[in-house]
Ligand binder design. Structure first.
Ligand code: MG
Length: 164
C-alpha cells in the first residue's frame, strides 16, 4: 500500500474539515437566498454544498488509500449576517480564495517532500479552485452590473436555477 507522511496526512485531515465547513457555509448561503425567494440562487449554493461534500470524500479516500486514519473534527457553525443580496456572492469569492490558499499549502508540502503522487492528486484541486474562483468572480461581477435591475436579477436567478 502507498504511504504518505504524517505531516501531509495531518494537513489532509484538516482539509477534510475545511471542505465539510465549506459545505456548511454554502448551505447557509443557500438558505439565505431561499428565504429571499431567489430559488435559483439557493439551488446554485445547494449544488456548491454538494460539491464540497464530494471534495471531502476525495480527501477521505486518499487517506484511506494511503493507509492513514481519517480524523473527523468538529465543524464550526457558520455565523453569517447577510445585509443584502450581494453578501452571499461576495462571501463565496472570499471563501474560495481562502480555500485556494489551503490547497496551495498542501501542494507546498507535497513538493517539499517530493511526494509526486500527492502532487498529482492535488493537481485536480488546484484546477478545481481556478474554476471555482472564476465562477464566483463572474457571478459577483454580473450582480454588480445588473443586480439592481429586478427583471435582470430574476433572469439571473432562473439561469442559476438551471445548473445541473
Ligand atoms: Mg472545495
Amino acid at each position: 500500500m502507498a504511504t504518505i507522511s504524517k505531516k501531509l496526512a495531518s494537513l489532509i485531515n484538516d482539509q477534510i474539515n475545511a471542505e465539510l465547513y465549506s459545505a456548511y457555509l454554502y448551505q447557509d448561503i443557500a438558505d439565505y437566498y431561499h428565504g429571499e425567494k431567489l430559488i435559483g440562487f439557493a439551488k446554485w449554493f445547494d449544488k456548491q454544498a454538494e460539491e464540497e461534500l464530494e471534495h471531502a470524500k476525495k480527501f477521505i479516500d486518499y487517506l484511506r488509500d494511503n493507509g492513514e486514519k481519517v480524523v473527523l473534527k468538529d465543524i464550526k457553525a457558520p455565523k453569517n449576517k447577510f445585509k443584502g443580496l450581494r453578501d452571499g456572492l461576495a462571501l463565496q469569492l472570499t471563501h474560495e480564495e481562502a480555500v485556494t490558499a489551503m490547497i496551495y499549502r498542501l501542494m507546498d508540502q507535497a513538493v517539499e517532500e517530493k511526494d509526486y503522487r500527492a502532487q498529482s492528486f492535488l493537481k485536480w484541486f488546484v484546477d478545481e479552485q481556478t474554476e471555482e474562483e472564476a465562477h464566483s468572480h463572474e457571478l459577483l461581477e454580473k450582480f454588480d452590473l445588473y443586480g439592481s435591475d429586478l427583471s435582470v436579477l430574476y433572469r439571473l436567478d432562473s439561469e442559476l436555477g438551471g445548473r445541473k
